[in-house]
Design a protein around this ligand. Structure first.
Ligand code: ZN
Length: 263
């Protein structure tokens, strides 16, 4: 089977260099899963993919920061009033996801519809937990992002035909090696080019650890300005900087990709 990964948002929280907020579309031919759904995600879904909102079966949230889930109210209002969704939707994230997403919708639009034409099934995961979701296996790992009060997650998802990992926002932590283990593609926070950040990985911090990540392709994303500008001159093997509209394909253990046409 062939799995496609479309990058719908490769930018940091600030849309640096005009790139969208975090969102990755994973399609294994039977199921379509979004990883993160930042404020720009619905617009990017419509401009960078052929996938309709109603085609999405599940949305995974690595953590509950606005640049990672803050487009969900638009997805849901589209489902309620424009796309008129009827299929169930899974929303999977750390503890607190159901409450935060409902409140977000209510703040944005005044009220949550009393009845919807479809069911939302929330799955809240703790670090270390493995769940079967829509016939796919997802494991959550603890990321380290903004102190100990929250529970940012990294995920490893076993789809039909590929294993994809995502770090979410994080500094270096050993659990990333578990999240990346055996993956075809590991989407990894690489906000900065150099130095150390208390919240995010930089290329300087990540580069010496590349060999610790057991993945065929390390896909750097959540790129800030400096990193985005340096992205085209990366020469590390099996490392690629994400860009909005980039489509990666995993087929029989081989990863290929097409750069977006930015003309
Ligand atoms: Zn964050």
């Amino acid at each position: 089977m062939t799995v496609h990964l479309t990058v719908l948002g490769s930018g940091d929280a600030f849309n640096s260099e005009g790139r969208g907020n975090a969102c990755y579309l994973l399609d294994d031919g039977e199921r379509v899963i979004c990883a993160d759904f930042g404020p720009t995600a619905l617009m990017k879904l419509r401009t960078c993919s052929q996938t309709a909102p109603n085609d999405i079966d599940a949305i995974f949230l690595t953590h509950l920061h606005g640049d990672h889930f803050g487009g969900l109210h638009l997805f849901l209002v589209d489902a309620d009033f424009l796309s008129r969704r009827t299929r169930p939707l899974v929303i999977c994230g750390p503890e607190g996801t159901a409450e935060v997403v409902s409140r977000w919708y209510e703040l944005a639009f005044g009220e949550v519809p009393a009845s919807r034409g479809y069911e939302i099934r929330y799955v809240e995961m703790k670090p270390g937990e493995t769940r079967e979701i829509l016939g796919r296996t997802a494991t959550a790992f603890r990321a380290r992002h903004m102190g100990e009060g929250d529970t940012p997650l990294a995920f490893r998802m076993e789809l039909k035909g590929a294993c994809i990992g995502i770090s979410g926002d994080t500094i270096w932590t050993e659990s990333l090696t578990e999240a990346a283990r055996g993956t075809d593609i590991f989407i990894c926070d690489c906000t900065g080019l150099s130095g150390n950040s208390p919240q995010h990985l930089t290329w300087e911090a990540l580069r010496p650890r590349r060999s610790a990540l057991d993945t065929r392709l390390l896909l750097l994303s959540h790129l800030g300005s400096d990193m985005r500008r340096a992205a085209d001159s990366l020469s590390e093997q099996n490392v690629l900087a994400a860009d909005d509209g980039m489509v990666l394909e995993v087929r029989s253990g081989r990863v290929t990709w097409k750069q977006p046409n930015r003309g």
